[in-house]
Design a protein. Sequence first.
Length: 297
Amino acid sequence: MIIAVVVILVLIVLGLVVYNVTIHKKIQKFKNMNQKITNLYVVQDFMNAIGETSTVEQKIKKINDILIERYEIKYSTIVVFDGAEYQVKASNVDQKHWNALRALQNVDMFKDSIQSATPKYVTVNNENERLPYQEMEFGRAKSAIFFPLYIDNVYIGYWIIESGTPHDFDNVDTTVLEVIKENIVSVLKTVVHQKTLESIVRKDLFTGLYSEEYLYGEGKKIIDQYTISTICMFKVINIQEINKKYCRELGNKVITKISQYIAENIASEYVFVRYMGPKFVIAFSGVEASRSGRLFK
């Protein structure tokens, strides 16, 4: 009788163990699924941030804000090397600490991380210690993970997350953080093309108008404020004849006078640029094509 009871109890215990293991697996599967959904939302937010009509700096700041909100990160800082110096592109850390944050490449432990392209986790054991790279920020961060960033195997900077609690990242899912890091790299890779366009925007010497690249940066911000816009290109067709028959100086004066007249007689919300040589572009912001021909004052 006693043996039968023991056997029954053992079977019950084994059943409970199997049940607990099954429940644990289901919970873990749910957590993984939930994390994947979160990652998808973050990626979507990243894409929305890229598509917004803003500067490169604003976009990088936006994706950093998304990381902080979505993953409940205490401190997050993105530092980019522009070929000459390290710049803090986005951070929710007080600016008085930025000098230390943009010099992490000089810290030995992070040098190894950069050379090996692997993240580095650093923490303290009690509240009276401070992290090796900290200079004046004794009580701010007690644990951190440093991620070097690469675009096509070219080192471009780093991303560092910090917490005010010792050992706060001991059990963090590093695979998730790696996914986030790759998303950051993807965003930086995308916006670098926009940065190139922004950096080559110039003003024409004779007309004072912006060059065509303006349309893809600041000009686009103005145009995108409206649901409908019309792009018009026109050309001063006899400018070569003027240059040849008279002189180039006269041709430049003609271009200048035409552009000045148009600029003074269109609304301020319209974008007017010198596209190339005798070609000009006007973006009639908020205007349908059928009305664009009657929009001069």
